[in-house]
Design a protein around this ligand. Structure first.
Ligand code: NAI
Length: 391
């Protein structure tokens, strides 16, 4: 099949298998260009197939020689439809891992379910014995609860609605968006999906099954961002879920003797999840422009190298709330002041000068395996690619 991008709103409904492989190979190459580091050796990555989870898995496997078990929720190809990019990324990751004699297996099932947890535990026990690190990098729109009811996360404000600029990604023009207020139920549901309950369930299940080392560490990802995004992020429904995640980190550390849980605040980046948040994509295009001009720009893989190769390797530093700050460059005072100045003055007339629209779209297309100059997108490609450990 000849595979072309098909964009619907903030998502691309097709993915290119060879392009996704290229994307993974470039991330591996980046890690291989850096000094090797010491990290935990038997790692479970929950949400391993795209964005920060994929970059974490690549960094630890290729930079720290770690064995990895991944959990993802991706769709394989059919005769007529491409797989999701996360599926192709994982196929490529496992292929490269095998080539480098690295253990890597993946479970493609709903991470929230107890059956998935049992399956992963069985795999850990038979292949690795125990895990010594759990990376929780889930970004999910909904969750099926143990009683089979379904809850959804929403991206809404709390208290009062919020109006600000945004970018309309269908035409790269500025528009205004008003984000509605969430109901109590929506806040509660977003916490159930994106908060820490499931993270804790995983660690408890692993501990109960004796499948996690006593001195294991676990890390989950969060975001803070600048004031312009507070109503939709830090003070919105997703922010409440992230507060719950932080509370859960403290609970895990305080109650599961020996296991330490961390929150890493990562940089705002184009991923399938962040593209869905109103206002944030405009902020990202401005931020990219300024961070690139200051030579401070990083993608997921650079961030994850810094986390596992540098921060966890040396003595860890924390902010006043006990969080690791990987958004330190993004939040530099001069960078944020420049973002704010641009935010105030940006218009349709100067958007191409002041914001990195091309950079945004480059990352967006690459996420789905498109726009790599060394891939021939007019060529027929086999879309039915296996993930080696899934078949
Ligand atoms: P992403 O959308 O690229 O990745 C989500 C991952 O979760 C994928 O591997 C997907 O297969 C998996 N997944 C989703 N639902 C699942 C389910 N039910 N069962 C099993 N796997 C499932 O997201 P991204 O952006 O990498 O986010 C990861 C974490 O990083 C999130 O907690 C997010 O809030 C956080 N973060 C993201 C930032 C950004 O700018 N993208 C910034 C700071 C933190």
């Amino acid at each position: 099949m000849v595979v072309k991008p098909k964009i619907r709103g903030f998502i691309c409904t097709t993915s290119h298998p060879e392009g996704c492989e290229e994307n993974v190979k470039r991330q591996i190459k980046f890690i291989q260009s850096k000094p090797k580091f010491n990290c935990k050796k038997n790692i479970l990555v929950i949400g391993c197939s795209t964005g920060y989870g994929l970059a974490s898995r690549i960094a630890c496997a290729f930079g720290g020689d770690a064995s990895t078990i991944g959990v993802m929720f991706e769709r394989p190809a059919t005769k007529k439809r491409t797989a999701t990019s996360g599926w192709y990324n994982t196929a490529a990751f496992e292929k490269m891992a095998i080539r480098h004699n690295l253990y890597a297996k993946t479970i493609n099932e709903d991470a929230f379910s107890q059956e998935t947890k049992n399956k992963v535990i069985d795999l850990i026990k038979s292949d690795l014995g125990k895990v010594d690190m759990v990376i929780y990098s889930l970004a999910a729109p909904k969750r099926t609860m143990p009683d089979s009811t379904k809850v959804s996360s929403v991206l809404k404000t709390i208290g009062k609605e919020y109006t600000n600029k945004t970018i309309d990604l269908s035409n790269n023009k500025l528009s205004e968006v008003t984000i509605p207020c969430a109901s109590e139920q929506e806040i509660e549901d977003t916490i159930k999906v994106m908060g820490g309950d499931d993270w804790k369930d995983w660690i408890e299940a692993l501990k109960k099954a004796n499948a996690i080392e006593d001195d294991a560490i676990t890390v989950a990802y969060s975001y803070v961002g600048p004031e312009i995004t507070f109503p939709i992020y830090a003070d919105g429904t997703i922010g409440m879920a992230k507060k719950h995640l932080l509370k859960t980190a403290n609970e895990i550390t305080n109650t599961m003797d020996g296991i330490k849980a961390y929150i890493s605040i990562n940089k705002a980046l184009v991923t399938q999840s962040s593209a869905a948040i109103p206002i944030v994509p405009l902020y990202i295009t401005i931020l990219y422009k300024i961070m690139k001009a200051h030579n401070l720009h990083e993608g997921c893989i650079e961030q994850m190298y810094r986390l596992f190769g540098e921060k966890f390797g040396d003595s860890l530093n924390f902010d006043e709330q006990g969080r690791i700050r990987l958004d330190d460059y993004e939040m530099k005072i001069d960078i944020q002041q420049k973002v704010l100045d641009v935010w105030k003055s940006i218009s349709d007339d100067n958007i191409n000068e002041l914001a990195d629209i091309d950079g945004y779209w480059k990352d967006f297309y690459e996420m789905f395996g498109f726009n790599f100059s060394n891939i021939d997108y007019n060529k027929d490609v086999n879309i039915e690619i296996n993930v080696p450990s899934i078949g």
